[in-house]
Design a protein around this ligand. Sequence first.
Ligand SMILES: O=C(O)c1ccccc1NCC(=O)[C@H](O)[C@H](O)COP(=O)(O)O
Length: 220
Amino acid sequence: MLLKVCGMRDAANIVEVLEVAPDYLGLIFFEKSARFVGHDFELPPDLLASTPKKVGVFVNHTLAQVVEKVNKYGLALAQLHGDESPVFCQQLKDALPQLQVVKVFRVANDFDFAQLKPYKPFCDFFLFDTKGKDYGGNGVVFNWNILKQYDNELPLFMSGGLSLYNIQELQDFVTAHKLRVHAIDVNSKFEKSPALKDVEKLKELRRRLQNTPTQNTEKQ
Ligand SMILES: O=C(O)c1ccccc1NCC(=O)[C@H](O)[C@H](O)COP(=O)(O)O
C-alpha cells in the first residue's frame, strides 16, 4: 500500500516529512480547516524537487478555483471532499485530462454504495473517510466491515483515524477481504498539533508499511 500524508503547510515540517518518502502529499485548500495551507502558501524547493505526487484537497470549491490551484502548485490529483457531483468530476476531467480525480465519500454505517456508480467514469480513485463533525481530519475510524459491500471497481485511498495502533489491523482486513486499496491516507493521528506532522511516528509507519507487498491498484 502506498502512503499519503495529508495536511501540512510549514516548510521545515514538509522537508522533514519528505524524509519518510511519502508517495502522496496532501495540501488542504479548504479555508475553514485547521490545516488550511493559507493564502500565501509557497511550495518549499525540496518539495518541488522531490517525487511525491501533490494532492489538492478541496471542499465544494468552484471548477475555476480547483483549476487555478492545480496549475499554480502542479497538483497531480484533486481530492474532492465535499458534495461535488458526478457532473463536476466530469467537468474537471474535461478541463484537466491529466489530473487524477479522487472523490471522497464520508462513510457511516448506513452508507449506500449505489451512490458511487455515476462517479466511476470520471474518477480515478475513491477515498473512504469517516463521516464526522468536520468534512475531514476527524481522527475517527469507521466500521470497515461496511467495505465488504464495495465492488472493488475503482482503487481506493483508505482514510479515517488511521494510526500506529490500527494500521496492522487494517492491513489484515484489506488482505482478508481482497480490498483494492491503493494507498492509506494519514493525518491527525500523526500530528503534534494541527498541520504539524510528527515525523518520528511517520517513520515508524513507513517501516511497518515496507513489510507489505504493493499491488497494481491504478485504474485500468
Ligand atoms: O484534515 C482536514 O482538516 C480536512 C478538512 C476538510 C476536508 C478534508 C480534510 N482532510 C482530508 C484528509 O484527506 C484527511 O487525511 C482525512 O480526512 C483523514 O483524517 P484523519 O481522520 O485525521 O486521519
